[in-house]
Design a protein around this ligand. Structure first.
Ligand SMILES: [Zn+2]
Ligand SMILES: [Zn+2]
Length: 357
């Protein structure tokens, strides 16, 4: 639990800063919400007022409603909200994602939201931010999670696709963030092919194109004439489309799934994908440790995933005061967060690394 009377408190609606009169990624409607990013488990509808980074506006309005009261904020600018000074810093997770830094009196807290440190051509790079107290996510907070560079994984995906010119290659991935990252990573490899999109991915393309993110050309599958051959084409679709009627259009396609969860033994086979590609938009174990060290925080609270493992490691090995933080964050493993980031059913997701513990 967070200490009572501190700058940030844990309430039934989520993390709350009394000095700013604001909640951070609240779980229920509140008067004032500071939003780290537009994934469904962080940005929920019904709040009176939203504060978020400007480049997240397109996706936020699409998901929460065009009419939401949104204050858009540039990265790094210090804002006076109530009695607190608040700033948003790039989290490197998806377009417009932020860590929220809040200070008042002589205390500074940093709430990481979801973040990654690996380069991602589809969003702003992670920024290291010092604070007295850090609340960090740990979705992949076990030493077994170590990611390879996105360009390496993209090259593997391109090889898989190009090796099957007679089949359609359908790649399942989260519609917001992962799909656009793949399109940007593949372009960075030097490819120029048009990629076909499921409707759920298509609806998220405009905000990325408007921000000028360089990606492969795309077209919705639904706009393709029936006569046009699908052999040799790459299609991106959300996990919920796997084994749905939508698949009937494709004759014996090869299928793959792209996610950090593909690092979990058995996950690919259990969900019936031919290939699994390990690519995550969360920090891996080394990324979590580097973030904690660079924050120079004297106290760390760990949310999401394996919070107790990381907290114990920080205490015993790094000598940093650290505790897991329970609460609504746990929902991420139960079928939210990375599983349903596409806003579709969670049923097509993965069970998470529960089997590891
Ligand atoms: Zn997220
Ligand atoms: Zn999340």
């Amino acid at each position: 639990m967070l200490p009572p009377g501190g700058l940030i408190q844990l309430t039934p609606k989520g993390l709350y800063c009394p000095a700013a009169g604001a909640w951070i990624d609240p779980w229920r409607p509140v008067p004032r919400a500071l939003i780290t990013h537009a994934h469904a488990d962080h940005a929920r509808p019904g709040s009176g007022e939203y504060w978020a980074v400007a480049s997240s506006e397109g996706v936020l309005r699409q998901r929460l409603g065009q009419g939401i009261a949104l204050q858009d904020v540039p990265y790094g600018q210090e804002l006076q909200i109530g009695e607190a000074t608040v700033s948003f810093h790039s989290a490197g997770h998806v377009l417009g994602s932020a860590q929220v830094r809040i200070s008042a009196g002589d205390e500074t807290w940093l709430i990481s939201g979801d973040y990654k440190r690996d380069p991602d051509p589809s969003c702003e790079p992670f920024q290291s931010v010092p604070a007295d107290v850090l609340i960090t996510e740990a979705t992949f907070g076990l030493p077994v999670y170590r990611w390879r560079p996105g360009q390496e994984v993209a090259a593997e995906i391109a090889a898989w696709w190009k090796a099957a010119p007679e089949r359609t290659s359908i790649l399942f991935c989260y519609a917001f963030g992962k799909a656009q990252r793949l399109l940007a990573e593949l372009r960075q490899l030097g490819l120029a092919d048009e990629v076909l999109l499921h409707g759920a991915v298509q609806t998220l393309m405009a905000p990325y194109r408007q921000q000028g993110i360089a990606m492969l050309p795309t077209r919705p599958v639904s706009e393709l004439p029936r006569s046009e051959p699908l052999a040799g084409r790459l299609v991106l679709a959300p996990p919920s489309a796997h084994r749905s009627v939508w698949m009937k259009r494709f004759k014996s396609p090869q299928t793959g799934f792209v996610s950090g969860w593909m690092a979990v033994r058995g996950a690919r086979r259990r969900h019936g994908y031919e290939r699994g590609f390990v690519l995550s938009d969360h920090a891996d174990w080394d990324g979590l440790l580097a973030t904690v060290r660079q924050s120079q925080a004297q106290q760390v609270y760990v949310t999401h995933g394996q919070g107790d493992v990381l907290a114990r490691y920080l205490r015993e090995v790094e000598g940093i005061s650290a505790d897991p933080l329970a609460g609504g964050f746990a929902a991420e493993l139960a079928g939210e967060g990375e599983f349903s980031d596409d806003g579709e059913t969670a049923g097509a997701g993965i069970d998470g690394p529960v089997g590891l513990v």
